[in-house]
Design a binder for this molecule. Sequence first.
Ligand code: SF4
Length: 464
Amino acid sequence: MALKGTDVVKKLPELGKKNCKECGFPTCFAFAMKLAGGGTSLDKCPHLSPETRDELLDALAPAIRLVTIGAGEGSSVLQIGNEEVVYRHEKTFLHPTGVALLVSDSEPESSVGEKFRKINKLHFERVGVHLSANLLALRHDSGDKEKFAALARKACSAGPAPGAAGPPGIMLISEDADALLAAWDACAGRRPLLYPVTHENIDRILPKLRERPTPVGVRAGSIEELVPLTARLRQEKLDEIVLDPGSRSLMDGIRDQTLIRRAAVKQSFRYLGYPTVAFPCLMTGDPMEEALLAAAFIVKYASIVVLSDLDRHTLLPLLTQRLNIYTDPRMPLSVKEQVYEIGEPGPDAPVLVTANWALTYFIVSSEVEGSKVPAFLLVKDTEGLGVLTGWAAGKFTGDSVAAFIRKSGIEEKVKTRTVLIPGMAGRIRGDLEEALPGWKIVVGPREASDIPSFLPAFAAGLKQ
Ligand code: SF4
């Protein structure tokens, strides 16, 4: 539950009357209001006692703690948690579910190699966003400590996929605490997620965690049994925790995930204010059912889902669903403002201009592609609005489109000086002609679906 400015002031009785302005705000109250809204940080006030600072830091922290898995130059970092709402329509969900691929140290070398290749190969680009799985979940099944450590070393040396920021993060899974710690030593620089920390092994693992903190997955037989474990870790200021309430069926899993989220967000129960992990891979042997389970856990509210394998036909829908769930519903998807070349356009190719709402871009570009006429598509930043709404909002006006065309560099790429504007925005033609001397403005079809029949004749006319 978010802290209000008045609550912040109440926590600062000695401070509330000082009003020294050193924080850049005219009064302590103004500072408190801004702080509660996330508009400033505690370090701006030099007069806070360490106790008050700690108390406020805790009170102002998001309902669910941010956990970062991965580190090191060139590595991919997975951030999970930091969520503040139960329902997506209240505010956006911030950190998308991490998808983990399970790799056992008892699998044949060829299968391990294939999985390492898969996680690097299965990358997708959708509406300008790079989509991929995030973690290798290495599981110790062989009983051989050294074999598990060797698998961890191998995961460490895996290279990044094309287009990815770095190699996938690492989750280490072992019921044998010694094997877990040995594998951790083998990839400590990568800041892996250690799993599981339980009532049975916490005394063995805790001293090592104090020396070298890393995120840990805490597992218990129920939500209630998780609480003493997280309390113990919090006491040690080890706060990067991922919760596993031990549920291994869809019904139990969704119930537990929901109860944890509600306890953290609605009741501000800090001992459950952590991201969670779900294991569809342990709930079924059917790959299709596993994907469906993962889909359910992405919706409610797993921060990591562990899958036994990855396939293009199951991974792409899961990643697309994740993209949809974790996209701010208040912000339209957009593509970058720039000149897009469709086909191999030459100096005589047509020039079209449109808005940068992702759907507009993809529909228009695919219709231009379908026309088989190589063309330049100039996509203007309208803050994710379509052509008509962009025009109504003053973001697709004659003046602004002219300024964009001039700075786009298209004049160096084409000999022609004719630009095709969307029929929906035909009314900007006059302003555009005035603002863009030397250019001929042609109003194109209102519907993108008419582009394939319109564009060939238009392109032929440019060459005459
Ligand atoms: S610096 Fe601290 S004490 Fe001074 S006005 Fe700001 S909040 Fe108040």
